[in-house]
Design a protein around this ligand. Structure first.
Ligand SMILES: [Zn+2]
Length: 90
């Protein structure tokens, strides 16, 4: 029979882990536990799915942001190399 979420009978199954924390689920009450260094968060499965999509979207945005920054750095580097000869410092 079902138990109350976060009861002592919760059996946590590991779903994923990394250097920043881990994700576990109690299949019986459908609670997903996200454990980070000093923080532990609980979600129901739907809420966790929403969180996961949100994080994935954020990561995609970070990567495009990084690519944008890298492109700017590359172009400024290129500009240095493109400076006409004769103006180089000796
Ligand atoms: Zn449980």
């Amino acid at each position: 029979m079902k138990h109350q979420p976060q009861s002592n009978s919760c059996q946590h199954l590991g779903l994923a882990s990394s250097k920043v924390g881990e994700v576990m689920i109690c299949p019986e009450c459908g609670v997903v536990h996200l454990s980070l260094n000093h923080v532990s968060l609980r979600f129901d499965v739907d809420a966790f799915r929403t969180l996961a999509y949100m994080l994935a979207e954020a990561q995609l945005n970070i990567e495009s942001f990084d690519a944008h920054l890298k492109k700017r750095q590359d172009s400024s580097t290129t500009a240095v190399f493109d400076s006409p000869p004769g103006k180089k410092m000796h």
